[in-house]
Design a protein around this ligand. Structure first.
Ligand code: ZN
Length: 241
């Protein structure tokens, strides 16, 4: 168990080094993620507006064809009016003309609405284009900045990762499990040294009997107040130095 506990002390040192390297990146990883999401959303909106515009243009073209047909029909009826021979015939054609004129008016309204929608969409697309370009440039720049930071610390980072793997392998699985469990909750300060009869992390006092148990470094003992794993390594370091 002694090896396990000193392993945890070493693991914590390495985890703090890794955390410090990670901190050098600042909020660049978050910035990249945020910009990527914004760009995707902008592109998605742009794409669906483009599709919508294509549909409107198609429907508008159909309306224009329809309008032309009705206008020709109306023209023909009006020509026929000159050749009528009876009142009944005149009334019949006039009724037809009224009906066609009403249809023309409806289709004209529809086409006008399509033209209006088209203009709005075209304006929105024109506005979105420089916004998308700006987002792309910003993302590119931020990604480069992040990559430079990653590259600058890559070797050091990898060395600590390897060291971490080696230490992890030397520690019993259940002990490692406790370490990772606490780390998940409170970060890279899992192991606490006993100092001045107290937990070195939360400073709550440790009863003498418990201190003696911790000194032997033969079992997992937790601080009752903060839940950290208690260790005592100063004697070992003193001997070593
Ligand atoms: Zn504590």
């Amino acid at each position: 168990m002694k090896g396990n506990l000193t392993g945890l002390v070493d693991l914590q040192k390495v985890d703090k080094e890794l955390q410090a390297l990670e901190a050098l990146k600042g909020d660049l990883p978050q910035q990249v993620g945020k910009l990527r999401n914004e760009l995707n959303a902008a592109k998605e909106t742009y794409g669906s507006q483009r599709n919508e515009l294509t549909e409107i243009k198609k429907t508008k073209a159909l309306g224009e064809v329809e309008l032309q047909d009705f206008q020709e029909k109306a023209k023909k009826y009006r020509e026929q009016l000159y050749a009528v021979t009876s009142n009944r015939e005149y009334d019949a054609i006039t009724t037809e003309i009224d009906a066609v004129d009403a249809k023309i008016s409806d289709v004209e309204d529809e086409v006008l609405q399509f033209i209006e929608d088209e203009e709005i969409l075209e304006q929105e697309l024109a506005n979105a284009e420089p916004e998308i370009t700006a987002l792309e440039e910003n993302l590119d720049k931020t990604e480069k900045e992040l990559n430079e930071k990653i590259q600058a610390t890559e070797k050091e980072y990898e060395a600590f990762r390897r060291q971490r793997d080696e230490i992890s392998e030397s520690v019993e699985r259940r002990v490692l499990y406790q370490y990772e469990r606490i780390r998940k909750g409170i970060g890279n300060s899992v192991v606490a040294e006993i100092m001045n009869n107290a937990c070195g992390s939360c400073f709550s006092s440790i009863p003498p009997q418990k201190q003696l148990e911790v000194r032997t470094m033969t079992q997992l003992i937790f601080c009752e107040s903060c839940g950290r794993i208690l260790v005592y390594t100063r004697k070992r370091e003193a001997v070593a130095s």
